[in-house]
Design a protein around this ligand. Structure first.
Ligand code: GLA
Length: 372
């Protein structure tokens, strides 16, 4: 991989990182003012900056080995650059003077699978700009600016979960977020449990159009129920009189919010797993954002004796599934499940824990064995 110095013939002034995230519970609730429970993953995006003496910004994406130039008035022609372009505009909007600069991005966050590679890119960019320009913005503000950048400049009508998670979550905890008030609470992960994420190998082609359709359906459901947002209702029976599909959509959101609130109280891994299983059934049957491959992968995970619970994670229509496994079993679970899933003609692969982390763990264990 080429370095910053090799590309730009200068050394970077600042460096900042931000992680991807996996959502454990609370799917399709954030744009309804509801509750979510993500955790950060070990894969990160790293952004390096250096003011240049040109009349344009230069952006190099190491993972793609692509370089693009742009100014604030002439947007970049490459989609990956629009996230950074949006962040620069959000920083300008709070009154900062932005010098032209060279920007280098390197990321290990898997893209297009529902692990928030775009939020990681936005948050890392804003963190780097915060350092370079000494911006008085705290982490929640970073998340808000990142979300605005994505909606306005990358054209994705997302909620705020991903940016809040990338800005505030860490890998050792789960982060409860009230997406209406942006109140957060750092919570321990369920005891005796480890997180496993597997990619279904199916790209999320329908995700954008269906995501917008679900958002619109939720707005109609809230109007018909006479509330500002579905978050304002806690009793799922109130949806009984709604016509289909608004009844099912609202029922999912209300029950999903209740599941997050139950998990927030601190429950066993067994109970947490049950909530994940119920969440998947609801996402598949009521919210209709699953596909046969995700259902198969989730069913295989749920059948494994070392799995407490499993569900699709992110927007759906492809991408990844998350499972809560007994401590120390993630690799065996992942191997066993992937064997069956891929024998059925699929191309699944493990994303969390990342392969390189496991390699590191094995090396540490081997040297520990040698020393003793
Ligand atoms: C995507 C969006 C989030 C959220 C999830 C579904 O990841 O970016 O805001 O709506 O889908 O829970």
């Amino acid at each position: 991989m080429k370095t910053f110095e090799e590309i730009f013939k200068a050394a970077p002034t600042v460096m900042a990182e931000a992680p991807g995230r996996v959502n454990l519970l609370g799917e399709h609730t954030d744009y309804n003012g509801g509750y979510v429970l993500p955790t950060a993953i070990s894969q990160k995006t790293c952004v390096l900056l250096h003011p240049n003496k040109r009349k344009s910004f230069r952006l190099y994406a190491a993972t793609l080995d692509e370089i693009v130039s742009f100014t604030m008035e002439t947007p970049p022609k490459k989609h990956f650059a629009s996230y950074i372009y949006g962040c620069l505009h959000e920083v300008k909007a709070i009154g900062a003077d932005i010098p032209f600069m060279d920007i280098y991005v390197h990321s290990t966050v898997p893209i297009e699978v529902g692990l928030s590679s775009s939020a990681a890119l936005e948050v890392a960019t804003l963190r780097a700009l915060r350092i370079l320009l000494q911006l008085p913005v705290e982490d929640i503000m970073i998340a808000k600016m990142a979300q605005r950048a994505e909606v306005k400049y990358a054209g994705v009508n997302c909620g705020i979960m991903d940016q809040m998670a990338s800005s505030l979550a860490d890998v050792e905890h789960m982060l409860f977020i009230d997406t209406r008030t942006l109140e957060t609470e750092v919570l321990p992960l369920p005891a005796d449990a480890e997180v496993l994420v597997i990619d279904s190998g199916i790209s999320r082609t329908l995700a954008a159009s269906k995501y917008n359709e679900r958002r619109a359906e939720c707005i109609v459901a809230a109007q018909q129920l006479g509330v500002e947002e579905l978050r304002d209702i806690t009793d799922p029976n109130l949806t009984n009189e709604l016509p289909s599909p608004f009844r099912e959509r609202a029922r999912h959101v209300i029950k999903e919010n209740n599941r997050v609130l139950a998990a927030r109280k601190g429950i066993s891994a067994v109970d947490f797993g049950q909530l994940m299983n119920a969440s998947h059934t609801s996402l598949s049957q009521d919210y209709e954002v699953s596909i046969p491959e995700l259902d198969l992968l989730v069913a295989l995970l749920q059948k494994n004796k070392d799995v407490y619970g499993a569900r699709l994670t992110g927007a759906g229509f492809g991408g990844a599934c998350v499972a809560l496994c007994k401590t120390g079993t993630v690799c065996n679970v992942s191997d066993a499940v992937l064997k069956l899933y891929n024998e059925a003609g699929n191309h699944g692969k493990r994303l969390v824990p990342a392969q390189e982390l496991i390699a590191e763990q094995i090396t540490t264990e081997q040297s520990a064995t040698k020393i003793h």
